[in-house]
Ligand binder design. Structure first.
Ligand code: SAM
Length: 241
């Protein structure tokens, strides 16, 4: 594979991920719409609904990128609430910050941080979300433990991520789409097929629904469940502290 992804050393992964997101940041939103045919908007809307967000709450969106979730959270929590958009990658963070400020969302806070070691005190947030971010994190168990630590008791974590299609025929079509259409589209729009090859590979490597649920439980979350979206191409996991 392009990055020798199957054999790449753990410590090299972070460098590859950084490379990918520096490269795609400027065209990230356009590519998201093209690749998912706009459906990522519905997946994100469902995430907001299941978050149960209310006025005055404190929300952390990890791997927040260009701010799709943070923007809606900012509207929902109002001036008495707090929304923090955290991302490890300063290119993505800058695109997100510019977009939100241009849209009039001036109260969102931006923090450059690694999900594995979140720089917040214990028991800070009512809601934590991570959308299409966890599969890029090198040590997912450490990230889940870190999220658990900064979540308030009774707070909830929502993980929106690519998962395993639940029907075999869909899995085959989807695999073909990921490994041929996505890189071609990436090449056309961003002149960067490799980053989109990485994307397809990272989706294939990501833990399936049950495994991720178990990982959440191992990190201490309770009442963990998940919803398959679009036939399991994506799943939304939820758990409480
Ligand atoms: N959440 C946004 C969305 O759904 O559109 C952006 C998702 S984008 C596919 C993945 C993001 O994860 C990138 O912005 C990347 O920089 C960020 N990321 C990768 N590894 C990370 C880590 N270890 N900690 C925090 N963010 C990370």
């Amino acid at each position: 594979t392009h990055f020798g992804y199957q054999t790449v050393k753990k410590e090299e992964k972070a460098g590859k991920v950084a490379e990918v997101f520096h490269s795609v940041a400027a065209k990230y939103d356009l590519m998201n719409d093209l690749m998912s045919m706009g459906i990522h908007r519905l997946w994100k809307r469902f995430t907001i609904t299941l978050s149960g967000v209310r006025r005055g709450q404190q929300v952390l969106d990890i791997a927040g990128g260009t701010g799709d979730l943070a923007r809606v959270f900012a509207r929902e929590v109002g001036a008495t609430g707090r929304v923090v958009l955290a991302d490890i990658n300063d290119s993505m963070l800058k695109v997100g910050r510019d977009k939100l400020i241009d849209g009039g969302y001036t109260l969102v806070e931006y923090v450059q941080a690694n999900a594995e070691c979140l720089p917040f005190p214990d028991n800070t947030f009512d809601i934590i979300t991570i959308a299409f971010g966890l599969r890029n994190v090198t040590d997912k168990d450490a990230a889940l433990r870190s999220m658990y630590r900064v979540l308030k008791p009774n707070g909830r974590l929502l993980i929106l991520e690519f998962s395993k299609p639940i029907f075999d025929p869909l899995a085959k079509v989807y695999d073909a789409y990921s490994f041929s259409v996505l890189p071609a589209m990436g090449q056309l729009v961003t002149q960067d097929a490799d980053s989109y090859r990485y994307l397809a590979e990272s989706i294939r490597m990501h833990p399936d629904q049950q495994t991720l649920k178990q990982m959440m439980e191992n990190a201490g979350f309770y009442q963990c469940d998940y919803h398959n979206l679009t036939g399991g191409i994506v799943a939304l996991h939820r758990g409480y502290k």
